[in-house]
Design a protein. Structure first.
Length: 403
């Protein structure tokens, strides 16, 4: 079976700071069934030094241009919504991305002749996959992440029509969390939702599970955040919470690993804290460096929020990485963590945009005795095994390519 994957976010190399979960999924699916042949289509990203065609062991990567001069190709790579929020002038580029992707998808599908088109994100991938699929008589499937559907609510009448039409024509649809699925279903009445249920399923992205589990549990007061430094990640509330914690625990430390549009403002915020000397910005980390960072910290926080303009998480892969490392995890309900965490068992759930709630959760964990901490760590690792890429890939395989 030949599968053409189209995505707006796809790393060009192992060291590329672009989120890698689409690439990891492709590799896991290919390893699950070596008869699957994957081509991946994504926009050029000047920051990642992308090439028009790259042959990898598990897939062939194609890139397309969508703006001239090339320096204006700013929408893809690290997320369309963050790029628009960072500079509203980038909205001018949106029609060019839609058009460029449509033409590239049409040309690539004609050339590679896939059996199925697999769109990651509704906007613009699923919309373009629906049109190209109709023109070339190729079925398409879709995975919706975060708030990629909600943007169509801002376009009266036409937006609702596009979402409904694309959803009806899709062969199968997955969402990475209940919240993401509900954002799609908000465009339908209850009667039609019942007619769509047979082709809908909630399947998150996966995570690599360390070969040796729970052997690096370290009982300290080190707090870790890993992720893109964007508004929806809620890091500003974590900084406030940690400042309270540091006042109570002199040996508490906070590491913020990642990069993004808010890094400068977050570093400025941290310098104004009473305990600024105990906050470290580690920058983007990956591979062994990331694993060592996870191993050396006991507490792992995912303080995600829903922004005022509706941008939100689906289910952060970083949370799964923390659980897989046996960390004591604190996450907001709004991150999508309430799909997988049992409060007080394998982690702690808190409400969004509440530094006091984060502080209370941190102290709640630190006040546990050693046996209770180790039990929570063990439960976290056990929860994470459900999301090992081997397991998740099998679910996607059966739902998209076998049923």
């Amino acid at each position: 079976m030949k599968i053409l994957v189209v995505a707006s976010t796809f790393p060009a190399s192992d060291g590329d700071p672009v989120p890698a979960f689409v690439k990891d999924q492709v590799i896991a699916l290919r390893e699950h069934d070596s008869s699957l042949v994957f081509d991946v289509l994504a926009p050029h990203d000047t920051r990642s030094g992308t090439k028009t065609k790259t042959i990898h062991p598990h897939y062939t990567e194609y890139r397309f241009h969508y703006m001239w001069p090339r320096k204006w190709e700013k929408l893809a790579g690290r997320g369309i919504m963050p790029a628009l929020r960072q500079n509203p002038l980038n909205y001018v580029i949106v029609p060019f991305l839609f058009t460029g992707e449509f033409l590239a998808l049409l040309a690539t599908a004609r050339r590679t002749k896939p059996d199925i088109i697999y769109a990651h994100w509704f906007t613009p991938q699923a919309v373009n996959a629906r049109i190209v699929g109709a023109l070339l008589n190729i079925p398409f499937v879709l995975t919706t992440h975060a708030s990629d559907v909600s943007v169509w609510k801002k376009i009266p009448v036409v937006g609702r029509f596009i979402v409904q039409n694309t959803t009806r024509k899709a062969q199968k649809i997955t969402a990475v969390s209940t919240r993401s699925m509900n954002k799609l279903l908000d465009f339908f009445d209850e009667a039609e939702i019942n007619t769509l249920k047979h082709k809908l399923q909630i399947i998150p992205m996966g995570v690599p599970i360390p070969e040796v589990k729970s052997t690096h549990f370290t009982e300290n007061k080190y707090v870790l955040f890993i992720g893109r430094l964007a508004e929806k990640k809620g890091v500003t509330y974590l900084l406030e919470a940690f400042d309270q914690l540091a006042g109570q625990y002199p040996d508490a430390l906070l590491t913020i690993a990642g990069d993004g549009p808010l890094r400068d403002s977050l570093e400025t915020q941290s310098k104004n804290l009473k305990h600024a000397n105990r906050v470290k910005f580690a920058g983007y980390v990956s591979g062994i460096e990331k694993q060592k960072l996870i191993e050396s910290h006991m507490l792992y926080v995912v303080p995600s929020i829903i922004t005022d303009d509706g941008d939100a998480e689906g289910l952060p892969v970083s949370l799964l990485e923390g659980l897989a490392g046996g960390k004591l995890c604190i996450a907001t309900h709004e991150s999508g963590a309430d799909d997988i965490l049992k409060d007080g068992k394998d982690g702690i759930l808190v409400k969004q945009k509440d530094a006091d709630a984060l502080y209370t959760a941190l102290t709640r964990i630190l006040e546990l005795n050693s046996n209770e901490k180790r039990t929570m760590s063990s439960m976290a690792t056990k929860t994470a095994t459900q999301f090992a890429w081997q397991t998740i890939a099998e679910k996607y395989y059966k739902f998209f390519f076998k049923e």
